[in-house]
Design a protein around this ligand. Sequence first.
Ligand SMILES: [Zn+2]
Length: 132
Amino acid sequence: MLKDLLAEEFQYTVSDQIVCNRSILDILSKHQECGAAINRSTFKAVTNCGCINIQSSKNKVSDSTSLAELKNIMDSHLKGKLCLQCREAVEKDIGKSLVYLAALCNSLDINLFDIIIKEYNKTKLLRHYNLT
Ligand SMILES: [Zn+2]
């Protein structure tokens, strides 16, 4: 499968390219830094650009609401769409995070694609009950 090869090639390429941050300590701290950068670029889309905004309030869920119904009731609190410039900034930070995630997998001898498949199968099996 093409996606399988692409994920494996990506992980292999990261292993080949990352020279300076080979220490598990560097990789973990860089990956955490990328998470903060994703938050920051998303916040900047709200506060600097304004292409998206956050409108938060308590979700109206009753005791009789089923888990299947929650999907339609729960609000993302996000209004608007990322403009091209903000989308590129968020994508850049997500991409960098993926690089360090692949580097972490390399350090721990874990196959990233195997994890994707396991999570995919778990999500399909548990459907609405996953991540509750
Ligand atoms: Zn924007």
